[in-house]
Design a protein around this ligand. Structure first.
Ligand code: CA
Length: 227
């Protein structure tokens, strides 16, 4: 799942991104309000963590504009302003939750997970299934038939990406940019290694094989045609 963090304070922004990435999310950081607003309007985010005090467009204004544009992803406001009036203002403008700085990362993560669980888009697609493989987004569980499969957080993100694009041929460079937030122009070997590890867990001991290699391009996840 993909999260946008809008935070102008470099240290807090990095801390949030690092923690959320470690928790298995794909994270983009915007360090000013305008960039944050544009990313939120155009990107495909499941949730926005939004600082209120930003130098250009503030967080209140961003929530108001997102809701006016019918953007419904959950928004978690972050602010040093902890008075009741501020909290109420945030929620009235359409934010879903409000966390006062300083906060413990564990609390932020718990609130992010709660919001994602509650979000209507997520409920509609809280799990993905192909053949006998199921990925549960919220509990972060993967099963194949009766077997529970243990994945690293990166492998989970990679499998989720494949499942969101079932049947689409995914070039290595796209996988690199969407799952690793990086450009692997030269070194796509890292992608092959990661896919190999994932296959070892979800395909090696099972039939049918779900991840197919598309020579010279990348990979596709689909149930192969029967001969
Ligand atoms: Ca700030």
């Amino acid at each position: 799942m993909k999260i946008l963090v809008v935070e102008d304070e470099a240290k807090t922004g990095e801390y949030l991104c690092k923690g959320l990435k470690e928790a298995g999310f794909v994270v983009d950081l915007a360090d000013n309000g305008l960039t944050g607003y544009h990313l939120a309007m155009t990107g495909d985010y499941d949730l926005v963590v939004l600082d209120i005090m930003l130098p250009d467009v503030n967080g209140w204004e961003i929530v108001r504009m997102l809701r006016a544009a019918k953007k419904g992803m959950p928004v978690l406001l972050l602010s040093a302003l902890g008075t009741i009036e501020h909290r109420v203002k945030g929620l009235e403008l359409g934010a879903d939750d409000y966390l006062v700085k300083p906060f413990a990362f564990a609390e932020l993560l718990a609130r992010v997970r709660t919001l994602l669980r509650r979000g209507s888009t997520v409920i509609a697609e809280s799990q993905f299934q192909v053949a006998d493989l199921t990925l549960f987004l919220v509990s972060r569980k993967v099963t194949r038939g009766a077997s529970r499969i243990t994945l690293t957080s990166k492998e989970f993100t990679l499998l989720e990406f494949f499942l969101r694009h079932q049947g689409e041929v995914l070039p290595r460079s796209l996988i690199a940019s969407q799952v690793w937030d990086m450009n692997f122009d030269s070194d796509t070997n890292a992608i092959d290694v990661a896919v190999k590890r994932l296959r070892a867990k979800i395909d090696n001991d099972f039939e049918p094989k779900l991840i197919q290699t598309v020579r010279g391009v990348g990979y596709v996840l689909e149930v192969p045609d029967e001969d």
